[in-house]
Design a protein around this ligand. Structure first.
Ligand SMILES: [Zn+2]
Length: 431
């Protein structure tokens, strides 16, 4: 059962902005899914639910900027391979994914995300209407990236089915306060140009975000240069992918030139970078996050799917994100803890759902961490502890759109035991 009643969060440390100097202690009152008061002694006459504790820290829940939720069923299925070898093994088994597996994989993913305090995800897959139903049931936010890849899911209807799924995702999102539809052509080397442009047209006419993978590996960049004379992001710009008024989410951008950085900045695109997956698949490149931020692109952290990560835990991802920039660039100050936290808990939200930032009058989205743990003490710097020392199991509670979805690690919307048992029992059947 979802707890939808009025909530009082007492004496909690609040991080309203990714800035150590702005942190303060207060009470938060949530009424009818809205933050109604933030003040030291704020109260409501009969709160139906109270969360309190001196060691609790509240901030906006992370949003996963790029993932493939149903692929959670393939965690650990194919490790230690290069992208192309890995894709071959994954595509073989993915061909068996029908609605039943999509739903089970998404349920497992939602459970994992909620346990790690993730408040929403920009998903990129097929059957997005089924995925949206599960996200709605779980109670977290979803940007449903209806995948477009004519060569995929051919026996389920291929391209026509994918366009139908987009329409279903759009319909589903209309009646939901948590879901937004979007369209997601796979990449500029796997999808024909006219279909990529058709997707951009649809994004423009429906006013929905446009997602794509780009410059994931050096091979992809070299193939694009051989075939079209320019690298992927530059080609997308040349063919007219970026549109005034359309918000793009470009996944990876591991191997991009400074000219492409400027293109992404000019269009104020969101780059969903996934450092753990990129390192594990040995891409060799590192997304030029500092340059992208300077150029005016939005940078947002993602995990990619668990088939290549192998977790959806964005707190662990943050630590890797910061360290990989420091290690590869020989400069520990190039991407600070505050900036990493901003790109995980604020950046995507500011750009795609600013009405859920921590502010009186806004929809209440809060993740509450419990700092009563040896690895999170002492408190010289809360943001440093979050980025470099915390992990998903430090999440105490999760509130999305004013609903207490998890309290003291107990999830109220999904049946955790049942989902875990079902996964264990049925996985053989998929293999
Ligand atoms: Zn991806």
């Amino acid at each position: 059962m979802v707890i939808t009643m009025d909530l009082l969060i007492q004496d909690v440390m609040i991080i309203p902005e990714p800035d150590t100097t702005r942190i303060f202690r207060a009470n938060i009152v949530i009424e009818d899914n809205i933050i109604s008061t933030i003040a030291p002694n704020a109260k409501i006459p009969d709160p139906e639910f109270i969360l309190k504790g001196k060691s609790l820290v509240a901030l906006p829940p992370p949003i996963n900027s790029h993932t493939h939720l149903p692929m959670t069923l393939l965690r650990g299925y194919s490790d230690n391979k290069t992208l192309m070898d890995w894709l071959q093994t994954i595509w073989e088994i993915e061909g068996k994914f029908d609605a039943k597996w999509i739903e089970l994989g998404t349920r497992l993913a939602c459970l994992e995300m909620m346990k790690a305090g993730t408040g929403g995800a920009a998903d990129f897959y097929f059957h997005e209407s089924k995925i949206g139903n599960v996200l709605e049931e779980a109670g977290i936010r979803g940007w449903l990236g209806a995948g477009i890849l004519p060569s995929a899911f051919v026996d389920q209807g291929g391209y026509e089915f994918q366009l139908d799924e987009l329409k279903r995702a759009i319909e589903l999102a209309k009646g939901s306060s948590l879901l937004k539809a979007s369209i997601a052509p796979h990449s500029q080397i796997t999808v024909p140009e006219e279909i990529i442009l058709k997707a951009a047209d649809l994004a423009e006419s429906y006013q929905i975000p446009l997602m794509i993978h780009a410059s994931e590996t050096r091979k992809e960049v070299m193939d694009s240069e051989d075939k079209y004379g320019v690298p992927p992001v530059e080609r997308l710009d040349q063919i007219g992918f970026f549109r005034e008024g359309t918000k793009e989410i470009i996944a990876h951008c591991t191997w991009i030139t400074q000219r492409e950085v400027e293109i992404l900045g000019k269009h104020q695109a969101t780059v969903g970078w996934c450092p753990v997956s990129a390192q594990k698949l040995a891409y060799g490149g590192v997304t030029p996050v500092p340059e992208l931020r300077t150029a005016g692109a939005h940078v947002a952290l993602g995990t990619d799917g668990t088939a290549s990560n192998n977790t959806l835990d964005l707190w662990r991802e943050m630590r890797e994100a910061s360290n990989v920039i420091s290690a590869s660039r020989w400069d520990p100050a190039l991407y600070s803890a505050e900036q990493v936290l901003e790109d995980t808990c604020w950046s995507f939200r500011r750009n795609f759902h600013s009405e859920s930032l921590i502010k009186v009058g806004n929809q209440a989205d809060l993740v509450i961490l419990n700092f009563q743990a040896p690895h999170l003490q002492p408190l010289h710097n809360i943001i440093s502890n979050i980025v470099y020392a915390a992990n998903g199991s430090d999440v105490h509670s999760l509130i999305v759109n004013g609903k207490l979805l998890m309290n003291n690690r107990q999830i109220s919307t999904l049946n955790e035991t049942k989902i875990l048992e079902e996964t264990e029992d049925k996985i053989e059947e998929l293999l």
